[in-house]
Unconditional design. Structure first.
Length: 269
């Protein structure tokens, strides 16, 4: 077993532990507060983040970037960084929809080398390491061509997928990391977002798609880079190879979301 394989197995276990904590809090009950335009947050988000930060930085003492931890610019000097979303899909968690996930990635020199997406509600764990393929609950997975497109529920509600419904079977789903994992497992051919995403929203899932034989880029078809000063990417497009080409052509014709201006505004400030 390689060091990367061993690290991946331990990371899967820790993601499952965070998932068990999230489910425990769901059973006990919780209050929901708001982070403004960033959406809701619960103690499940915060406590799972604390658990993961403590254990992952002990496992590999490298830089840290996560949704629930204040950003430390010292991470930019690190060759290796954990990129974590302790609870991706908090809206679905609050509503009781089984479409939320724990997402953990290890990035080296801007590229993910390890990725885990765990769904606490279903118990499924999707995992990959660079050059070692992708697995779901220990069994190999591969992308599959088809016409199913997984879309953000909120982006569907605001009409951002109106230009895709004639060519694809559009299915609204919660967590973007869970959507990416499902594409990797062949349950849909493509997922995309035409607006900006935080690095922790897509890092783990993008690697899993790639190791499952798919393609994952930003929505303009450019290579994804992580551990950037502004930890956001220009959307996401992840798919089986044939579906990727079709979706990329449509995105090029339709264009990015107006929300992409958030990146220009932030980088210009």
């Amino acid at each position: 077993m390689t060091d990367l394989q061993a690290l991946l197995e331990t990371t899967c276990r820790l993601a499952a532990e965070a998932g068990a904590l999230i489910q425990k809090i769901r059973t006990e009950g919780f209050e929901t507060s708001s982070k403004g335009h960033e959406g809701p947050v619960t103690r499940a988000d915060r406590e799972a983040d604390s658990l993961l930060k403590k254990e992952l930085t002990r496992l590999a003492p490298v830089g840290w970037l996560s949704e629930e931890t204040a950003d430390d610019p010292d991470r930019l000097a690190c060759d290796r960084v954990w990129v974590v979303d302790s609870l991706d899909g908090t809206k679905e968690f609050v509503k009781g929809l089984p479409e939320y996930s724990v997402a953990v990635a290890l990035v080296e020199h801007g590229e993910p080398v390890l990725g885990v997406v765990h769904n606490p509600a279903t118990g499924d764990t999707f995992a990959a390491a660079r050059g070692l393929g992708a697995r779901r609950n220990g069994k190999s997975i591969h992308v599959r061509e088809g016409n199913r497109l997984l879309a953000s529920r909120s982006e569907t509600d605001t009409g951002e997928f109106e230009g895709f419904v004639s060519a694809w079977e559009v299915e609204p789903v919660g967590s973007i990391q869970f959507k990416l994992a499902r594409v990797a497992a062949g349950e849909a051919a493509v997922t995309l977002s035409r607006g900006p995403k935080h690095e922790w929203d897509v890092c783990a899932g993008a690697l899993i798609v790639q190791e499952a034989g798919g393609i994952a880029t930003d929505v303009f078809g450019e290579r994804l880079r992580f551990n950037q000063p502004l930890p956001k990417v220009r959307g996401i497009l992840a798919a089986a190879p044939g579906a990727y080409i079709r979706a990329r052509e449509q995105v090029a014709a339709i264009g990015a979301s107006d929300r992409m201006s958030e990146l220009s505004d932030a980088r210009g400030s």
